[in-house]
Design a protein around this ligand. Structure first.
Ligand SMILES: [Ca+2]
Ligand SMILES: [Ca+2]
Length: 187
């Protein structure tokens, strides 16, 4: 009789232990789920209230700031390169180039006026003749031409007109790209 009671007690104790273990596991899982749910709610509420958004001042700090270099410029194409070999980037745009960092205006060329507007839809910077002075290649809608505008190099200080070379007249173009088609390292 005593042995039977002990056996029943053992079985009962084992079941109690298993029940407690299961409860502990389930409780841990429930607590974890509640913590995740609460974290998600807090993040959502802070997000809705704009807590994680940048303030207006912060967003202004990362925005680009506009600097007007020539408010009267009538040209629609420009390119950036070191025109005068002083190590500072300049801007070439239509009939003028602007010397960085002061953006002093220099004469570059007389741009043709065709059908009431200056020729030239796109500029590319490239040293066409390999004299180490970067030139301009213009792609043109109205004259239907690709042109090489030669940097005068050492004569630049006298603001001479840059020499014009017509490369080809393939047709009206709004833009152009340079690419190393032959794979010889030269675009
Ligand atoms: Ca420069
Ligand atoms: Ca050149």
């Amino acid at each position: 009789m005593i042995r039977a009671n002990n056996h029943i007690d053992n079985i009962f104790s084992k079941q109690i232990r298993e029940l407690v273990d299961n409860l502990r596991k389930n409780l841990s899982s429930i607590v974890r789920s509640v913590i995740i749910l609460c974290s998600a709610c807090i993040f959502f509420l802070f997000g809705c209230s704009g807590y994680f958004r940048m303030t207006d001042n912060e967003s202004n700090n990362v925005a680009f700031q506009k600097h007007v270099i020539n408010a009267d410029s009538e040209f629609i194409a420009a390119c950036v390169f070191d025109v005068n070999h002083d190590g500072i980037l300049d801007i070439a745009c239509g009939g003028f180039w602007y010397e960085g960092p002061s953006w002093e205006k220099h004469f570059l060329r007389n741009v043709e006026i065709l059908n009431g507007r200056p020729d030239g839809y796109a500029h590319q910077a490239f040293d066409v003749n390999g004299d180490s002075w970067i030139d301009i290649i213009t792609i043109n809608w109205r004259s239907r031409s690709v042109r090489w505008i030669e940097n005068p190099g050492p004569e630049l200080a006298n603001d001479p007109e840059w020499k014009l070379h017509i490369v080809d007249t393939p047709g009206s173009m709004e833009t152009g790209r340079m690419a190393d088609i032959l794979g010889d390292g030269t675009p």
